[in-house]
Design a protein around this ligand. Sequence first.
Ligand code: ADP
Ligand code: MG
Length: 702
Amino acid sequence: MRTPPAQTPVNARPGLATPLQYLKGIGPKRAELLARKGLVTVADALWFVPLRHEDRTRFTPLAALREGHAETASGVVVAVSPPPRGRPGAPGVVTLRDDSGFGNVVFFRGAWITRVFARGQRLVVHGRAGRYKGAPVVQHPDWEIVEAGDDERVHTGRFVPVYSTTEGLGQRLLRSLMWRIVDSFAGEVVEILPDAMRARHRLGGLSQATRDFHFPAGEEARDAARRRLVFDEFLLLQLGFAILRSRVARTRGLVMDPPGELVARLRASLPWSLTGAQERVWGEIRHDMASAAPMHRLLQGDVGSGKTVIAALAALTAIEAGYQAAVMAPTEILAEQHAMTFRQLLSPLGVPVTLLTSSVSSRERAQRRAALASGDIRCAVGTHALVQEGVEFERLGLAIVDEQHRFGVEQRARLKALGGEPDVLVMTATPIPRTLALTLHGDLDVSVLDELPPGRTPVTTRARTEARRSGVYDFIRREVGAGRQAYVVYPLVEESEALDLKAATDMARHLAGDVFPELTVGLLHGRLKYDEKEAIMRRFKAGEIRILVSTTVIEVGIDVPNASVMLIEHAERFGLAQLHQLRGRVGRGPWRSYGILMTGTRLSEDAQRRIDAMVSTTDGFRIAEADLQIRGPGDFFGTRQSGLPEFRVADLLRDAVVLEEARREAQAIVARDAELRDPAHRGLRHQLVQRWRGKLALASVG
Ligand code: ADP
Ligand code: MG
C-alpha cells in the first residue's frame, strides 16, 4: 500500500508523491472520490489512463451525421423532448443546432433529460449515429454541457481526453482537475531512459509524453506519447526478467549428469520411440541438468504432445544423480492424476512415487514429510503447496511444475528456499502466443514440443443441441459396439459442487439404466477418495468400463487411447482452454475420434465464439489465440493469481512490436551492466525497484 508522507506542509514544493487532497481545489471530499478511481497521489493521476481522446477541433456537422459511424458533434440545444407521459422507458430526444442545420440526439429511457438539458446550452456529444424516425441521429452518446466562458484549452477546440468517471466526479470536473495536475506536475517527471536509447527508438521525453498522454496537440502526439509509455512498461518488465536470467546464469547450481541407466530402462520399456520433437526437447533438458547453471525452463506442448514422458525422464535423471524430484500441480485432483501417471512409468523401474496432498491423512502426511526430509522418498507429487508450505527435502534436485498459469516468478523464487538451487522445469499445455510467453515467462528458457506422436488423426468436433440427443446416444452405441470407449463430462460450477455432482450422478444412473443397459457405465467425481478414483480409472483403462461419466476431474492427465468419443454436456459453460483439454483426452489412438459439444439453444455471443472455435480447429495454438481475443489477456491468465503483470497502457495484442524492441534493449543493457550500477541507468533502476517491489531484490538505489 502507498504511504503518503507523514506530513506534507501545504506550501512545500509539491512532488509526485503528494497526496491529491493537498492540491488546490481538491480537499478531502474530492480526494475520496478520486481514491475510488485509484488516484491517491499526483503520480497516480499522471498515470491515469484516458479511455480515449475526442477530436474536438473538427466536429461532424449535424446535417452530415453518418449512420453507423462514431461521431463527435456539437451544437446549441433548441428543444428537449422527453418520452410521452407514462412511458419513461421510451427514448427522449434533444435537438441541437449548429451552422449546418439541426440534428437530434436520442437517449434511451430518456425521462431524465428535462432535468439536465435546457434550451440555449451548448452540448458536445460523442456516440454512434443511428437512424430514428427516418433521419440520422446520435444515439445514447457520451455528452457534456460546455458552458460559456469555459476554458477552451481544456474541454473543447482540441484533442480532449475522456476519463472514466464516477458518481460525484463528472467528466468536466475530472478533466479540469487532470488539466491542472498535468500542467503543474508533468514537468517534474524525471527522465529514466538514456538519451542514446531514446534516439535509437525515436522516443520522446517522458515529461512530454506524460503531458501528451492526457492533453495532446493531436493524434500524432497522442500516439507518440502512448508508444513511449508502452515502451517503458515493457522495458521495465523485460529488464527484470533479464536480470533474473543473468543471475541464474551466474549461479552455481547442481550438476546432474548420471550415466543414464534409469532413463535407458524407461525408454526401453516404452512401446514407441520418442518423436523428433521429444528427442530435441529431452536433449535440451538433459543438457541443462548436466550443466552447472540451474535450469529454468518452460516445456510447452499441446495436449497429447507427450510432455509426461519427458518429465519422467528428467525426474529419473535427478534421482539417478542422487537427488530428489518433486512434481507440483495446481490442484489436488491434478496432483493425484500425475501421481498415477508417474507411478505407471516409474514404479516398474523400482522408483516409488509418493503423493503428498491434503487428501492424505495428516498422520500419514507427517510421515511422508519426514521421509522427504530424510531422503527416503526420492520422487514426490503434490500441489504447489509443496513449495508454499516449505516442505523440507533432503536434496531436491528437480522441481517439475505443471503450471496452468499459476506459478509465477514469486513461487519460482520460493523454490530456492527449499535448499540448493534445484533445476526447475515448468510444463504448460497452453501454447500461448509469443508476446504473452515473453510477458509471463520472460525469465525462462523455452522448449516447444511442436509435433504430435505419429498416427494421430485430428478429432472431429461437432456442436449439438438437445433435439439431437438420441442421435448422439446412437452414435456412442455404435462406437462402443466397434470396440471403443466414451467419456461423458459434466461442468463443474464452483458455487455448487453438490448440484453438479447430482447432475453427474443422475446422468450416470440414467445412462446405465435407461440408455445403455447393456454396457458398463462408471462415474468419476472429485468427492471420491483417491483409491476409489484410481480404481475407476484403472477399470476404464482396462476396458471394463465402456462409458465414463465424469465431472471435470478428468480434465488433464487421463490417458486411455482406446476412448474415441468425448461428449461434453453444457459445453457453453466451459472455457476454451478447458474444452480443448477435454477434447485432448480422445484422439490418442489410431482410430478416428469425436468431440461432441452439447449446448443449449441460446448461447451468449462469447459462448458461441468458443464453440465455433472448437468446431473449426484442433490446433491448440489457434485455440489459445481465439481464447485470448475473446477474453483479453487479463482474464486469459486470471491476472491476479498468475502473476501476469498488469499494464496500464500497453496492450499485449496491439503492442507486440514494441515489446520485441524493449526486450532486445533490456537484454543489451543487462549484458553490459548486469545489476544496473551504471549511473546512466539510475532512473531505470529506481523504477525497477518500484515496479518489481520485493521480487527483484536489487540493492537499493545508492
Ligand atoms: P501431454 O501430457 O503432453 O498432454 P501425454 O504425455 O499425456 O501428453 O501423452 C499423450 C499420449 O501420447 C500418451 O498416451 C503417451 O503415452 C503417448 N505418447 C507420448 N509420446 C509418444 C510417442 N513418441 N509416440 C507414441 N505415443 C506417445
Ligand atoms: Mg543443472
